[in-house]
Design a binder for this molecule. Structure first.
Ligand code: PMP
Length: 376
């Protein structure tokens, strides 16, 4: 039996998403910018998906722009907002544990003349809003802070930070990468005090290659991709209607059950930790109050990649830290105080509400066997 526990890397598209994509590809294949009926039909289903995504954030449809995924949304947020607001204010504040699509974009902006401050967690491995506020000043144009860390499940104090930043520096643009939080925690654009929010469909049982950015009304973002003026000129290029409608279908399915699924996955996390507690050499890297969807552990003494392939030989799929970093040692874990041998042996188990206790049993049995059989 295949046991897929790498849902933070990507999820299986739900049947509703697949059906919506197929319908858009077979019946509603017009270009939404075309003025004839086929175009209008495509536009109608695309705008229905836009409304679904907007409603899920408690936002207006006019604030949602579709992109090719969260990497693009994050690029657009950082590059677009810094271009719009950073002519005189040259400072950007980010957390030190951002996904590469924020970190590397910030590093690129640094090369182009911005000063980037990376805020680390304190000694206790936790983040405090005050540290972000103290990192901001009158020369800061943008702050970017993810909601849930993709490697550990740590939940960042986004709401507290953004509201405190806005109180002291109302002109700073606030951006949050909500990829690992969306449809898992209730996210409302208004109460978060976020000007920009990045989303990805394939982490929520949609399809790869589509995402969205929420841009608060009145907030300016200079486009990165220019051309045909689709998405009100914010993101040119013919929209991928099949992927967008699949995104909408996945949100429609998940939005009503955010808290039930959270409860269920919290139960699964507890079950998993109880079982793992009985395996010698296993330590826990995720905070107790982190997102239950992501559990990071170390199989101390066994290199992540070797253990990963041992598990793979039993058709069990987990990740060594972040899938995007392809096995490189994680700077993010180091920020959270997980270093050296513990970082070398880190494994990320990421669940969905469909994960079963039986699957977790299979994983734990195989891990136990791996601890005995695998050579460091
Ligand atoms: N941000 C975070 C926190 C992520 O986990 C990911 C996916 N690994 C991304 C951004 C990038 O998303 P996408 O695959 O849609 O480009």
């Amino acid at each position: 039996m295949e046991v897929y526990l790498d849902n933070a890397a990507t999820t299986k598209p739900c049947a509703e998403a697949v059906a919506a994509a197929v319908e858009a590809m077979t019946d509603k294949y017009g270009n939404p910018s075309s003025l004839h009926r086929a175009g209008l039909e495509a536009q109608i289903i695309m705008d229905s998906a836009r409304k679904t995504v907007a409603d899920s954030l408690g936002a207006d449809s006019g604030c949602i722009y579709f992109t090719s995924g969260a990497t693009e949304s994050n690029n657009l947020a950082l590059r677009g907002a810094s271009a719009a607001y950073g002519r005189k204010r040259k400072k950007i504040v980010i957390s030190a544990v951002e996904h590469a699509s924020v970190e590397e974009t910030a590093a690129d902006l640094e090369k182009k003349g911005f000063e980037v401050t990376r805020v680390s967690p304190r000694e206790d491995g936790r983040y405090y809003a005050a540290d972000f506020v103290n990192a901001c000043d009158d020369d800061t144009c943008l702050i970017s802070m993810m909601y849930v860390n993709n490697e550990t499940g740590y939940i960042m104090p986004v709401k507290e930070t953004f509201s405190a930043v806005k109180r002291r520096f109302p002109d700073i643009i606030t951006h949050t990468d909500c990829v690992q939080a969306y449809m898992k925690l209730p996210i409302k654009s208004g109460s978060l005090c976020a000007d920009l929010i990045s989303l990805s469909a394939h982490k929520i049982h949609g399809v790869k290659g589509v995402g969205a950015i929420y841009i608060k009304k009145g907030v300016r973002v200079i486009p990165v991709v220019t051309g045909g003026k689709q998405e009100k000129g914010i993101r040119s290029g013919t929209e991928s209607v099949p992927l967008i409608t699949a995104f909408g279908a996945a949100v429609n399915k998940l939005a009503p059950t955010i808290s039930e699924r959270y409860e269920k996955v919290s139960g699964l996390k507890k079950y998993l930790l109880d079982k793992l507690g009985g395996i010698e050499g296993v330590t826990f890297n995720s905070p107790e109050d982190g997102s239950p969807y992501v559990v990071n552990i170390s199989a101390v003494g066994k290199r992540s990649e070797i253990m990963l392939h041992f598990l793979e030989s039993r058709e069990i799929y987990v990740s060594s830290g972040s899938a995007c970093s392809k096995g490189q040692q994680s700077g993010v874990l180091g920020q959270f105080g997980i270093r050296d041998k513990r970082a070398d042996s880190a494994l990320r188990i990421s669940m969905t509400a469909e994960t079963t206790e039986t699957e977790l049993d299979i994983f734990c049995e195989a891990l136990k066997e791996g601890m005995e059989k695998v050579r460091g």
